[in-house]
Each structure stands twice: as structure tokens, then as C-alpha cells.
Design a protein around this ligand. Structure first.
Ligand SMILES: *[C@@H]1O[C@H](CO)[C@@H](O)[C@H](O)[C@H]1NC(C)=O
Ligand SMILES: *[C@@H]1O[C@H](CO)[C@@H](O)[C@H](O)[C@H]1NC(C)=O
Length: 349
């Protein structure tokens, strides 16, 4: 009995994480509703409000969800502020995401990045400012979705934010949204030198999407050997439907990949670009794509099952190293942190 509960206890260390993060704000499919609508879903755990699309001269954009402005011209979005608090009351984390595919942003020096930490803290975090886009709502963290320009300033910005976090009683989070080619073209310095809580990796619009060149293994290896935070949570980022990005994959197919990656120690769940597309993508059961992905995560946990019923099988699987090729990578242990360089084609955008 004691042995059994010990075993179960050890097994529980392998329980796969099961969070779903959704980007909200850019209305990729049309029909985007207020933020609270999405926070009414039990399938959503993290909302990434997008975007802070201009800096260092602060500019935000939430498509059809905010139009009013402060005297400076900065958007003033009281309803989003209310909804952020509503989402938090439902136990969701609300992070604000900076960057995006379009947008005019970038720093010319580390000092400029460092200064911008003060702006972000005062406008969205625990600081204060006469013009806070979300009024007194305080976000739970910041996400770097930097897709163009130089890497200059982002490490200093993240370190500046961390200094502010250290002064607060509430826990704040940092995330980054690299594209799947490894290493990322604009976030590598941040990913390699700052301890981040999350990486919402974009497995879309790229050769390394779900498919023959799926390169989760590179990211699992990054988490295990390169990330300053060895507990970084890696999210498999997917389009919410055909319309939001290339590389859309129906949930039944996603499930075939999931069993090979979800027992890895850094698997955090799914990230979806974006809420509007996921909600417009409903299956025959009436479940939208976020619900479908959450259901996959909630299904019987293969990690717990194998750890408690057959620990030798598990340890064999975890310790076998394989020089993975793209064809055997899905059935190999590569996803637990080992990948041969041949499985990682060089990045091309
Ligand atoms: C948000 O960005 C879109 C796309 O660039 C633009 O058409 C729209 O006018 C912007 N909205 C606001 C309120 O600035
Ligand atoms: C991964 O496996 C290869 C081939 O077995 C091995 O040479 C390499 O050292 C391993 N790398 C890591 C990080 O375990």
C-alpha cells in the first residue's frame, strides 16, 4: 500500500500539463466578441491580449474591441479593463502581448528597452499613470511576440520588468512567442538569457508546422539544455481555423502528435491564434476548436498511466536516445529532449 502510493506520487510528477492559451484582440476571423465571452469558457486558461503593436512610442490595437482615445491619442479601453478583471475572477491569467506580424516597433538601444519596462509597468502593471488603457485592471504578465526587426532591447526590457515584478506581492509572468524554426530570428537572445515562464511557439506559417518537419524536439531540447528556466512551459501554438494562419490541423490529427510530446517535462499545453477563429471553428458536437483541444488534454493521461502501470517501459522510452530522422521523429524519444541536428533543417522564412 505504501509502495503503491509512493509509486502514484512519483507518477503524478509526470502528469501532463493541460492548459489552453488563446490570443485575443486581433479578430483574425471576424466577429470577435468582448473578452469576457471567451473567459466564460472553461477551456481557456490563459488569455494573451494582443497587441501592443507600437513602441517605444506606445500604441495598442484591439481591432473591433476598442476605439476611444485618451488626449494623447492612446486607446482607452474600459470594457477590456472590466473584462480582464472578470477573466481573473474566473481563474484565468491575462497577459498582454507585444509585437505581432505587422506593427511598428523596435528599440535602438538596450537603454531604450530598459526604459520601456517602466512604461509597461505604469500603463498595464502594478504602477500608475494618468492614461492606462485598461484603467485599474492589472495584467498578469507580458508576452513577447516579436516577429521583425533587431533583437536590441528585449533582454533589457524583460530584466526591467522582472525588477518591477520583484517589488510586487502578486506573481507576474513572462512569455515569448517564437516561430517554430529554431533558433528564432528575433527572440533568441531573450529565450537564451532570460528565465521565461512560457513559450507559445508558433507552429504555423512555417515549414516546421505539424507534419513531416514538425520540430518540437528542437524546442524540448532548448527547454532542457538552453533555457535559463528549466521549468519553462512550452505551448504548441496552432491556428484556430483555416482562416487565421497556414498550417491549420484538425483536432483529431493534432491528437496523433500529442501523445508523443505531452509527457515531456516542459509540455504546457496548446496556444491558439486566435480566439475569433477558434470560436468560428465548431465541430459536429458543437465544440469550438479551443474546447476540442482542451478535451484532448483532458483525455486519459498517457504519462500517468505508463508511469504507474509500467515504469520500466517509461524509463526505457525516456532514456533511449535516437538519432531522429524526420520520418521516425514522431515515434522516437526525441520529443523528450533529444534531437539530432539532421532533424532540424535550417530556418527559412
Ligand atoms: C487596428 O489595426 C488595424 C490593422 O492595422 C487597423 O485597420 C485599425 O484601424 C486599427 N484600429 C485602431 C482602433 O487603431
Ligand atoms: C542526443 O542523441 C545523440 C545520438 O544518440 C547524442 O549523440 C547526443 O549527445 C544526444 N544529445 C543530448 C542533448 O542528449
Amino acid at each position: 500500500m505504501l509502495a503503491k502510493s509512493l509509486l502514484l506520487c512519483m507518477a503524478s510528477a509526470f502528469v501532463a500539463a493541460s492548459e489552453v492559451a488563446v490570443y485575443w484582440g486581433q479578430n483574425s476571423a471576424g466577429g470577435q466578441e468582448r473578452l469576457s465571452t471567451y473567459c466564460d469558457s472553461t477551456s481557456v486558461d490563459i488569455v494573451l491580449v494582443s497587441f501592443i503593436n507600437g513602441f517605444p512610442n506606445l500604441e495598442v490595437n484591439f481591432s473591433n474591441q476598442c476605439g476611444a482615445t485618451f488626449p494623447s491619442g492612446l486607446l482607452h479601453c474600459p470594457q477590456i479593463g472590466e473584462d480582464i478583471k472578470y477573466c481573473q475572477s474566473k481563474g484565468k491569467k491575462v497577459m498582454i502581448s507585444m509585437g505581432g506580424a505587422s506593427g511598428s516597433y523596435g528599440f535602438s538601444s538596450e537603454a531604450e528597452g530598459s526604459e520601456f519596462a517602466t512604461t509597461l509597468w505604469n500603463k498595464f502593471g502594478g504602477g500608475s499613470d494618468a492614461e492606462r488603457p485598461f484603467d485599474d485592471a492589472v495584467v498578469d504578465g507580458f508576452d513577447f511576440d516579436i516577429e521583425h526587426g533587431a533583437e536590441t532591447g528585449y533582454v533589457a526590457l524583460a530584466e526591467g520588468l522582472k525588477s518591477y515584478f520583484a517589488t510586487a506581492s502578486k506573481k507576474y509572468y513572462l512569455g515569448a512567442a517564437p516561430q517554430c524554426p529554431y533558433p528564432d530570428a528575433t527572440l533568441n537572445q531573450l529565450l537564451t538569457s532570460v528565465a521565461l515562464d512560457y513559450s507559445f511557439i508558433q507552429f504555423y506559417n512555417n515549414y516546421c508546422n505539424l507534419g513531416p518537419n514538425f520540430n518540437w524536439a528542437s524546442w524540448a531540447e532548448y527547454a532542457a539544455t538552453v533555457s535559463p528556466n528549466k521549468d519553462i512551459q512550452l505551448f504548441l501554438g496552432l491556428p484556430g481555423s483555416e482562416v487565421s494562419a497556414s498550417g491549420y490541423t484538425p483536432s483529431a490529427t493534432v491528437n496523433k502528435y500529442l501523445s508523443d510530446i505531452q509527457c515531456g517535462p516542459n509540455f504546457g499545453g496548446f496556444a491558439i491564434w486566435d480566439a475569433s477563429s477558434a470560436w468560428s471553428n465548431v465541430d459536429s458536437n458543437g465544440d469550438n476548436y479551443a474546447v476540442q483541444l482542451k478535451n484532448l488534454l483532458n483525455e486519459a493521461d498517457p504519462c500517468t498511466t505508463s508511469a504507474s502501470s509500467s515504469s520500466s517501459a517509461t524509463s526505457t522510452k525516456l532514456s533511449t536516445t535516437t538519432a531522429a530522422t524526420t520520418s521516425d521523429v514522431l515515434s522516437s524519444s526525441a520529443f523528450y529532449g533529444n534531437v539530432s541536428s539532421s532533424a532540424v533543417p535550417s530556418a527559412s522564412e
